[in-house]
Design a protein around this ligand. Structure first.
Ligand SMILES: NC(=O)c1ccc[n+]([C@@H]2O[C@H](COP(=O)([O-])OP(=O)(O)OC[C@H]3O[C@@H](n4cnc5c(N)ncnc54)[C@H](OP(=O)(O)O)[C@@H]3O)[C@@H](O)[C@H]2O)c1
Length: 389
């Protein structure tokens, strides 16, 4: 289905929320981009437009998740809908449906694997037919990890003639906190699993997003361990449950260029010795109550500008071969990973979708855009990708 002509390149839906506002603030300075801000309240959109200093004539689109006709009308007007209206399992499906029906590309910040699997089962074939690329997880989950493994495997294959069968994603450093929207999304996932325990395999299996394909048993990354090869203790990582699934989905969608035997996990590196061990055990315990036992921030709330600006992340990828050869690769980013960096990442994903053609389907940033997105993120969004040795 032809995607042009469309009135807009990108519509930012959820522009009145914590993350959507940051995205709009980022896009307002992109010369030549035809974009609009969308949300359920015109008055709130006007207020946010003025607050972020966007031009007075920035087009505003009223659309409500409860009103499918408004979503359908929005999807028809643009090449890409960038949505930060979450939790996606509460508000997301009618928009996915409208984009699929109209061959409109879509990108979101979803880290809700059960809902994603349901959308794959329901819409992947329809999206293939209409040409819509439904691109989930364009935030901290999972772009640095999805693209980090993609780039590591590209360099490993060039250097050693074959992809690494074992890859470790290891967070070396990170500074950032949660928003209300993310807290709400995590709580919704837990509620869904309590209500529908039969959906648990989608959450628990590393292959929950690759219907019909199950690879080898994966390292769980759930128990603190000492990693000899990196001389450090390693602790469980909160985003691993979603990122590992997206890495396997990218491999699956690309036709398994990294093999059907890939083993991949993600952990956080602490340090060597007793101190590193205690830190790893502390992180493992903290995972059991990610919001410190409290309710977490409310929707619309999130880190301050100072917190966003002083944040950063640094992730190491280690590709290992059975004979001991290995390749080290890193992905680093400025700003806090969840919001300052995420708003730039999803905005660049949306722009890349307007520039790079590809087949429709329910996809990942890695499978849909790959190196084209790496280039945009390096050039515009404060990320760096590099071979370390
Ligand atoms: N993966 C990542 O790295 C990452 C990072 C950040 C956020 N996220 C995800 O992004 C999502 C948004 O987070 P956030 O902190 O920005 O949330 P938020 O501040 O609560 O914003 C939610 C947005 O959704 C809108 N909304 C709610 N109900 C709606 C409806 N019925 N129709 C239309 N719009 C509706 C809100 O509009 P009003 O302003 O009118 O209430 C608001 O614009 C969450 O799912 C979160 O998990 C992921």
């Amino acid at each position: 289905m032809s995607k042009s002509p469309r009135e807009f390149d990108i519509i930012v839906y959820g522009a009145t929320g914590y993350t959507g506002r940051l995205v709009a603030e980022y896009l307002k300075d992109k010369a030549g981009l035809k974009w609009a801000m969308a949300g359920r309240s015109l008055a709130k959109l006007e207020e946010v437009r003025d607050l972020i200093g966007a031009a007075k004539d920035t087009p505003l689109v009223v659309a409500n998740a409860d009103d499918p006709a408004s979503l359908e009308a929005m999807a028809k007007r643009t090449k890409v809908v960038l949505t930060t209206v979450g939790p996606y399992q509460l508000y997301g499906e009618p928009l996915v449906k409208a984009c699929v029906a109209n061959g409109t590309d879509y990108t979101d910040l979803c880290g809700e694997p059960v809902w994603m699997r349901q959308m794959i089962d329901k819409y992947h074939d329809l999206a293939k037919a209409s040409g819509a690329r439904i691109t989930f997880s364009s935030g901290f989950d999972s772009i640095p990890f999805d693209l980090g493994v993609l780039m590591l495997q590209k360099h490993a294959t060039e250097k050693f003639g074959a992809p690494a069968p074992r890859v470790k994603g290891r967070v070396r450093a990170m500074k950032g906190t949660f928003s209300g929207g993310t807290a709400a999304s995590l709580k919704e996932t837990l509620k869904t699993l309590a209500k529908h325990p039969t959906l648990a395999p989608y959450m628990l299996s590393p292959f929950g997003l690759t219907p019909g394909f199950e690879g080898p048993t994966q390292p769980t990354g759930m128990i603190p361990e000492y990693d000899d090869s990196l001389d450090s203790w390693a602790a469980p990582f909160i985003m691993a449950a979603i990122n590992t699934k997206n890495v396997h989905r990218t491999n699956f969608l690309l036709g398994h260029p990294w093999g059907t035997d890939l083993r991949y996990d993600e952990m956080v590196l602490t340090s060597p010795g007793e101190i590193g061990k205690q830190a790893a055990e502390g992180l493992a315990a903290a995972l059991k109550a990610p919001f410190g036992g409290g309710g977490g921030p409310k929707p619309g709330e999130g880190p301050t500008k100072e917190e966003r600006d002083s944040g950063f992340y640094d992730v190491l990828f280690v590709g290992e071969y059975p004979d001991g050869r290995r390749l080290l690769y890193s992905v680093k980013g400025d700003r806090d990973p969840g919001y300052g960096s995420t708003s730039k990442r999803i905005a660049e994903t949306a722009i890349a979708l307007t520039e790079v053609d590809g087949p429709g389907g329910v996809t990942t940033p890695g499978a849909a855009l790959g190196e084209a997105l790496v280039k945009r993120l390096q050039a515009h969004a404060g990320l760096s990708f590099a071979v370390e040795g």
